[in-house]
Write a protein that binds this ligand. Structure first.
Ligand code: IMP
Ligand code: MG
Length: 217
């Protein structure tokens, strides 16, 4: 007998350009943002569930190597924290002895919602085997960071990013692990900011013109 026909998945980690998102009314979010958002692109629960899956993939690939997580602040702190928690759970429920260390760097390159050329790297004293990042837009920031890390000649570098954006000028950068590919929209929440605002929003949302104007610098 022939094997059962399995239809191709209707949903994938690629969020299409015409995806309308979820209505804000379905969720709770801070009152001070009531006028500033258009819709929910990825609800918090889905982010956490997807991150668990990324952790599983990472732990399948890592072998018996110890891990140094390099978290890219500030926008990567939520993703990094959730990813590390899932990794820790997997390790303590396995027969493997793998240590996890965490280090942090700060990068700054955005002015309002525009990527700028000059990039600053602040902090980080350890070489890395794994980097946790919030979002890859043009890929410029990640390339600059990796050039910097290469100097330490780590045994293995893997990049995990929650989001990859379909930008018009991609630098051709692809992380080893990513949660979702999203349309070329400026998104906020889950530690992603617009001029330091919206980090206190749990869901990943699309900001509206009112929000952009209100927090413009
Ligand atoms: P890239 O250099 O264009 O890849 O930008 C990467 C960095 O810019 C990310 O680490 C974010 O901090 C920031 N960024 C890019 N796109 C967005 C966005 O849609 N919302 C918030 N921050 C973003
Ligand atoms: Mg930012």
């Amino acid at each position: 007998p022939s094997p059962p026909h399995i239809p191709p998945p209707r949903h994938s980690r690629g969020i299409s350009d015409d995806w309308p998102g979820y209505s804000l009314d379905l969720f709770t979010y801070p009152q001070h943002y009531y006028e500033d958002l258009d819709y929910v692109l990825i609800p918090h629960g889905i982010i956490v569930d997807r991150t668990e899956c990324l952790a599983k993939g990472i732990m399948q690939d890592i072998g018996d190597n110890n891990i140094v997580v390099l978290c890219v602040l500030k926008g990567g702190y939520k993703f990094c924290a959730d990813l590390v928690e899932h990794i820790k759970t997997l390790i303590r429920n396995s027969e493997r002895s793998i240590s996890v260390k965490v280090d942090f760097v700060r990068l700054k390159s955005y002015h309002n919602d525009q990527s700028t050329q000059d990039m600053q790297i602040i902090g980080g004293d350890d070489l890395s085997k794994l980097t946790g990042k919030d979002i890859i837009g043009t890929g410029r920031t990640m390339k600059a960071l990796l050039n910097n890390i290469d100097k330490y000649k780590p045994k293995m570098i893997k990049v995990a990013s929650l989001l990859v954006k379909r930008t018009s000028q991609p630098d051709g950068y692809r992380p080893d692990y990513y949660g979702f590919e999203i349309p070329n929209l400026f998104v906020v929440g889950y530690a992603l900011d617009y001029n330091e605002h919206f980090r206190d929003l749990n869901h990943i949302c699309v900001i509206n013109d009112n929000g952009k104007g209100k927090y413009e610098v």
